[in-house]
Design a binder for this molecule. Structure first.
Ligand SMILES: Cc1cc2nc3c(=O)[nH]c(=O)nc-3n(C[C@H](O)[C@H](O)[C@H](O)COP(=O)(O)OP(=O)(O)OC[C@H]3O[C@@H](n4cnc5c(N)ncnc54)[C@H](O)[C@@H]3O)c2cc1C
Length: 504
């Protein structure tokens, strides 16, 4: 029925498909795009096989942790792009923005009652796994099958049967398993097959209108972004308004433009310039990848096209090396090592390591060395508020926090420095972890992602090895603002992001 690789499909309850019902429902939660979307493609193919219309539910809750004007605006930009794409394909799309926490309760079940099957996106982080497991049980009680599709990375998460502790280990496994999956890409236009679907019959349309009367579609003003009405509609939502929208747009259209711009203008200097503070050559894709506006497959396809690459360029055998396996140029290979190896290692950890965001999940050597230095005197302690305000004595660090507050992200290389200082400035490593998670997930557009947790736990030793022992941080890898400022030019960056103080 479906051209989905089997490892990408997980049944969230044991019920069979019920072909007597009226529609197929795609509950779009994390893959907020219509291009290169395995879950949507699977929903369309299932609807075609059953001869049923497709209905899409794309909702945004008000009560999730760190819900804010910033995150909502970015997500709603994406809903607007999706609404336009579904309208063009003649598919019913219900874009629902919860007006208050809990108001959306019952919406999924109401739509699911008419569904032969509900298809949704799998995502291994934040509240999503719990939400999907609970939905699987609730839909089972209604007799409805729930299927989750993993479109997160080039390698399905289930194709790696366990967690890998370091990037070299993971890379070697990836090089063995990936070739097969590089031939199994999602369709560029997941809605291509939707044009052949039957339209909603009048009776079903009336039913859907009834559902919309109870849970109204997101107001056009809210979807239409930066109009005064849109701003007022956003301001009326009960979310954190102290975290304001950023200056750039979310959504699949903008995500595709960012990807194209990167491949055309920056990829060619990625290796040499990705860590520069001035005009760096990084992609800026992480917020778009996180919200599912851009898929890993779209990124890979764009890079492969620019490199004029074909599958036969892969090295005949895995070499476990960062470069030389893909058969592309050095910049493309350096970029793929981040967006494939490191990113998918994060998803591997999130999928396989129970409690991967807890202190107890850190490698034993890291916990042991941090325990040995638990009582070391700290030169200076900062409360969470001072850290959040970027009010330390360290100008460069304050600027990184300033960038996080202003732009919802931090420069690639400086993000490591941002994380590393928490160990020095908090009473114990558990507090360092808690503060990092809170600040990153509250302010970063790409927060609440497997990469958030992996980056933050990397700061505390995950994926790394022991270094020379030092006070407070023990054998965990050190990083200082002074050394960073010697490595890259940061004056302009510090001025731009208002970092006051001295490098420390
Ligand atoms: C303390 C700390 C916190 C972090 N928090 C996040 C976060 O909340 N969300 C997030 O997406 N990344 C996070 N990272 C990882 C990394 O810093 C960002 O992914 C990267 O800076 C995003 O910028 P870019 O898209 O321009 O990256 P590029 O250099 O253009 O890389 C392309 C893509 O590769 C992936 N990638 C790059 N570096 C890493 C890495 N070290 N680990 C995993 N994947 C990577 C990302 O998906 C990124 O978008 C964190 C790192 C640290 C040290």
């Amino acid at each position: 029925m479906s051209s989905l690789p089997p490892e990408r499909l997980a049944a969230l309850n044991a019920l069979p498909l019920d072909s007597t019902r009226d529609v197929v429902l795609y509950w779009q939660t994390m893959a907020r795009r219509t291009r290169y979307n395995f879950a949507l493609q699977h929903a369309v193919e299932t609807a075609r096989a059953l001869g049923r219309p497709l209905v899409v539910l794309e909702a945004l809750r008000a009560g999730y942790p760190w819900a804010s004007a910033r995150l909502h605006r970015f997500a709603i930009d994406g809903m607007a792009d999706d609404a336009a794409a579904y309208a063009r394909a003649g598919v019913a799309h219900h874009a629902y923005v919860e007006p208050e926490p809990g108001a959306g309760r019952g919406l999924l079940e109401t739509l699911a009652r008419r569904a032969c099957v509900v298809v949704t996106d799998e995502f291994p982080e934040f509240f999503l796994p719990r939400m999907l497991a609970a939905a699987g049980r609730r839909l089972a009680a209604l007799g409805v099958r729930l299927e989750a599709v993993d479109g997160n990375g080039l390698l399905p998460m289930r194709a790696a049967e366990r967690a890998w502790p370091t990037a070299p280990h993971f890379r070697r496994m990836l090089q063995k398993r990936l070739p097969e999956h590089l031939t199994w890409f999602p369709a560029e236009d997941a809605l291509a097959g939707a044009r052949a679907l039957p339209p909603l019959p009048d009776e079903a349309r009336a039913w859907l209108d009834g559902v919309r009367a109870l849970w109204p579609d997101a107001a056009a003003a809210l979807l239409a972004a930066v109009t005064p009405e849109g701003a007022r509609a956003l301001a009326a939502l009960p979310i954190d308004h102290d975290v304001p929208p950023v200056a750039f747009r979310g959504g699949a259209r903008e995500g595709d433009a960012v990807l194209r711009g990167f491949v055309e203008r920056k990829l060619g200097s990625y290796k040499a310039r990705r860590n520069e503070a001035e005009d760096p050559s990084n992609s800026g894709l992480s917020p778009y990848l996180h919200w599912g506006f851009v898929s890993a497959h779209a990124v890979f396809a764009a890079v492969a096209e620019r490199e004029d690459w074909t599958l036969d360029r892969l090295a005949p055998r895995p070499n476990g090396k960062r470069e030389g396996w893909w058969g592309m140029g050095p910049d493309a290979e350096a970029f793929l090592d981040e967006v494939v190896t490191w990113r998918e290692l994060s998803y591997n950890t999130a999928h396989h390591v129970e409690g991967h965001d807890t202190y107890a999940s850190l490698p034993e050597w890291a916990r042991a060395t941090l325990a040995a230095h638990r009582a070391d005197p700290r030169a200076e302690l900062f409360a969470r508020d001072a850290l959040e305000a970027g009010a330390t004595y360290d100008a460069l660090w304050n600027a990184t926090q300033g960038q996080l507050r202003a732009d919802g992200r931090i420069h690639n290389y400086l993000r490591m420095l941002w994380g590393k200082k928490f160990l020095e400035w908090t009473a114990d490593p558990e507090e360092a972890l808690a503060h990092m998670l809170h600040l990153n997930n509250r302010w970063a557009l790409d927060g609440r992602n497997p990469n958030s947790t992996s980056g933050i736990t990397w700061v505390l030793g995950r994926y790394d090895h022991a270094w020379q022992e030092r006070p407070v941080i023990g054998k965990v890898r050190p990083m200082s603002s002074v050394a960073t400022a010697r490595k890259i030019r940061v004056d302009g960056y510090v001025r731009r992001y208002g970092g006051r103080g001295a490098p420390g």
